[in-house]
Structures are given as structure tokens and as C-alpha cells.
Write a protein that binds this ligand. Structure first.
Ligand code: 5AD
Ligand code: SF4
Length: 424
């Protein structure tokens, strides 16, 4: 999502006459696009700002800007203590050129207003990916859920869905430019809903429209919310061969007690039922998740419930985090961050170890299968080999043998690690 925001910012700045440099030492303007989701993401940015200041010492006049969630959350600290020139929140990127005109050494500029309707629908992002095969398209912004641990609704504001026609146009445009895969992005794609005077478009309708652009344009999406993923979406995925069979379905915890405290609005049984439905309709669907270890009041039993859920579901992959108390969230205001750091970290290592074993099992189960992959380019580890993802999102490496980037090829899985399928 942040990468896509950066692409929107490049587009706005290019229109205003700025051009991009790969070398930071040459820049007249450096901007860090920031994330506030966990404390360590913010800590890294404070370090980056120091680097920018050192650069400014040897390059007077250099403008230092901070945009994104931290801008929204920490505007005063950024301006007063860290002396940046520009602070712009996630809904105010259109004001960047105007603010940049006004920046002076003694007059930093700021706009962190959140909007009810900004979706940057008319802005064609400048693609920053290097492979030219896979593009991200933002379909909505903000979030209306109030998961008690999460800062996103405060930093990115209320949920709004982008005009469906502008999304389809953007997908057509990237396809015409040679891209073969689009990933539709939103905090909670299942609640996408766009209405005009003559039509109402749900997420399932949108998936269908994007899938109809071309049979060789793959469609992916993230992130799904377990409380909202509907049978309609599952059946739509199943009905279209070019909608990739992969769902990122963050569970956060396997304990219904924790899920209630997290305000996730589903329980363990509901989650397991959704997984069962997905697997009934699409037995080969890839399934990945996010898990938080050590949320407020988490007991050993709650943790054991998470372990047993992960064991039972067998995710292909998971992003796992120690709970990080975020100022302003419901948990921060009403609960105690009472699981000691060493306990959080032990639980986190336990689930990481389990997931590594599960990933290996899931990847091993692919050995012998034939999978269609979209060739992305040379493998990072072995430039003599190519790499590309299968529909289920597993990364495959295979011999080049004359295949070109952006083409589809069928490979046979012969071996694996816990994160890569080795194919012929
Ligand atoms: N602490 C730890 N992890 C968090 N996430 C969101 N907020 C927090 C937090 N305060 C994780 C969730 C979410 C992912 C994007 O980040 O697992 O799904
Ligand atoms: Fe945060 Fe919950 Fe919204 Fe995801 S759904 S962005 S975890 S509030």
C-alpha cells in the first residue's frame, strides 16, 4: 500500500515538473513515506531523518519531507524536534507541489488533513517496480474497522472506495503497457462498495470486471477480512481462471477471547468455517495470514489456541509480529500492555518455528504437481534460473530455457524449501 502511495506521489510531483533521481546525493528534495503500524517501523524513520540531516549539511537547501502515517501521527515532533521542512499526511498528497513552493528554511509546511472522499482516482501512479510485469492498484483507502490494536483508522482515516471505472481503466492501461498481473489493494477489500446513480459495484463485481479485461491478465488482491469475505467472492474467484487462487486472510489470534478483545468481529469457529469454505470451493487455494503474539492479557492458553489454529489450518506463509502498543488506539487507551517482552518474544518464536515447519509441509505437498507460472525474471539467488509465482502465490524457480519475462509457462515441481518451489 505504501509503495502504491509512493507511486501516486511520484506522479503528482512529475506533473509539477519534478524528476526522479536514483542517487540521494543528487536530490534537491528527499521524502520518506512512512508507516506507523508498529513502533519499530517508526524507529527506523527517526534514523533515516538523521541521515537526511547529514545530507543537508553538505547540501544546503535540500528539502526534507515526511509523508504518510507518521506525518499524520507525529506532526509536532517532526516539525519541532526533528526540523523537517515538509509534513504531509496520506490524504494530502495533491497539496505537495503547492507546499513545496512555499517551503523556506524558517517556514516548514504541513498538511495532514484527512479526507472523506480522496481516493486519487484520477492519478495514474508512476510505476516504481522494475520488472514491468506486476502492478499494484489501490481500490480503496482508509479503514472503518476499529481493531483495538491498530493505528490505521486514525492515521489513514475513514474507508472510501474508489470509482470502479477508474480502477478498470487503470488495469486496462497497465495491461496495454505490457503488465500481466494486477494486485487490487485495500485494507479490507471485501467491503469495497462503489455506487453511482446507475450502478452499485461490490468487490465480487469489481473482480469480475478486472478479470474480464483479458484472459492473460492475472488478478490478485489483498487484504481480505475474515468477517467480510463472502461466498460470492469465493465463487467469483473459482469461476475465473485468471483470478489467482490465493487469499491473504489475517487471523491475528486463534483464541476467541483474544479476537473479542481485538474487536475483530469474528471468532475462531467463524474463521475455521471460512477456511473450510475456501478449501471446499478451491482445494488448491493458497492461504496466508498475519498473527500477533502477546496482545494485552494473552495467556498461555490463548497462545496455545493460536498455535493449534495455525497447526490445524496449515498456512502457506504467515507474517508474525509481537504486539506493539500504539498510542491512541483503543487497546492503548483501555487495556494494559501486560505481556512481558520476553514472553511475547518466546511466543513469537514458537509460532515462527511452527510456521516454518508448516510452510515446508505445504511446499512439499506441491512436489510432483504441474503449475502455471508467470515468468517474472531472473531468480535472485541464481541468475541462471528464472523465477515466477504460481497462481497460489508460491514462488517457483526453473531453468530459463528460452522463456521470456511476462510469458506463462507450465513447470513441474521437483523439490522445495519452505519458501520456494524448485521446478523443471
Ligand atoms: N502490533 C503488532 N502487529 C500489528 N499489526 C497491526 N497493528 C499491530 C500492532 N499494534 C499487524 C496485524 C495486521 C498487520 C498489517 O500488522 O497483524 O494484519
Ligand atoms: Fe487495522 Fe483492523 Fe483496519 Fe486491518 S481491518 S487496517 S487491522 S483496523
Amino acid at each position: 500500500m505504501n509503495v502504491n502511495d509512493t507511486e501516486v506521489i511520484f506522479s503528482i510531483l512529475e506533473r509539477a515538473g519534478y524528476s526522479r533521481t536514483e542517487k540521494m546525493e543528487e536530490a534537491d528534495l528527499v521524502i520518506a513515506n512512512t508507516c506507523s503500524i508498529r513502533d519499530n517501523a517508526e524507529q527506523r524513520i527517526w534514523g533515516r531523518i538523521e541521515v537526511f540531516h547529514q545530507l543537508r549539511a553538505s547540501r544546503p537547501g535540500l528539502i526534507v519531507g515526511i509523508v504518510g502515517c507518521m506525518a499524520e501521527r507525529l506532526k509536532d515532533k517532526l516539525l519541532d524536534t526533528h526540523k523537517v521542512d515538509l509534513v504531509v499526511g496520506p490524504d494530502a498528497y495533491r497539496s505537495l507541489p503547492r507546499l513545496l513552493e512555499a517551503v523556506r528554511p524558517d517556514a516548514p509546511q504541513i498538511d495532514v488533513l484527512l479526507s472523506r472522499d480522496e481516493t486519487y482516482a484520477d492519478i495514474t501512479p508512476v510505476r516504481t517496480d522494475r520488472n514491468g510485469i506486476s502492478a499494484f492498484i489501490s481500490i480503496m483507502r482508509g479503514c472503518n474497522n476499529v481493531c483495538s490494536y491498530c493505528v490505521v483508522p486514525y492515521t489513514r482515516g475513514a474507508e472510501r472506495s474508489r470509482d470502479a471505472h477508474s480502477i478498470v481503466r487503470e488495469a486496462c492501461d497497465v495491461y496495454q503497457k505490457g503488465y500481466k498481473e494486477v494486485t487490487l489493494l485495500g485494507q479490507n477489500v471485501d467491503s469495497y462498495l462503489w455506487k453511482s446513480e446507475i450502478e452499485t459495484v461490490t468487490f465480487a463485481n469489481l473482480l469480475e470486471r478486472v478479470a474480464a479485461i483479458a484472459p492473460d491478465l492475472r488478478v490478485r488482491f489483498a487484504t481480505s477480512h475474515p468477517k467480510d469475505i463472502s461466498d460470492e467472492v469465493i465463487y467469483t474467484m473459482a469461476a475465473h481462471p485468471n483470478i489467482c487462487k490465493h487469499i491473504h486472510l489475517p487471523v491475528q489470534s486463534g483464541s476467541s477471547r483474544m479476537l473479542a478483545l481485538m474487536r475483530r468481529k469474528y471468532d475462531r469457529e467463524w474463521y475455521l468455517e471460512r477456511v473450510a469454505k475456501i478449501r471446499e470451493v478451491m482445494p488448491d487455494c493458497g492461504l496466508t495470514t498475519d498473527v500477533i503474539a502477546g496482545f494485552c492479557t494473552e495467556t498461555e492458553q490463548d497462545h496455545a489456541d493460536t498455535v493449534s489454529l495455525m497447526d490445524q489450518v496449515g498456512f502457506d506463509w504467515a507474517f508474525m509480529f509481537a504486539y506493539s502498543d500504539r498510542p491512541g488506539t483503543l487497546a492503548n487507551r483501555t487495556m494494559q500492555d501486560d505481556v512481558p517482552a520476553n514472553v511475547k518474544n518466546r511466543r513469537l518464536s514458537e509460532i515462527i518455528d511452527l510456521q516454518n515447519r508448516k510452510s515446508l509441509e505445504r511446499y512439499r505437498a506441491q512436489i510432483g504437481k504441474e503449475l502455471e507460472v508467470l515468468v517474472e525474471g531472473p531468480s535472485k539467488r541464481d541468475p541462471g534460473m528464472l523465477c515466477g509465482r504460481a497462481s497460489n502465490n508460491m514462488m517457483c524457480v526453473f531453468p530459463a530455457a528460452g522463456r521470456s519475462k511476462g510469458s506463462y509457462t507450465t513447470v513441474k515441481v521437483v523439490d522445495c524449501t519452505s519458501a520456494t518451489l524448485i521446478c523443471e
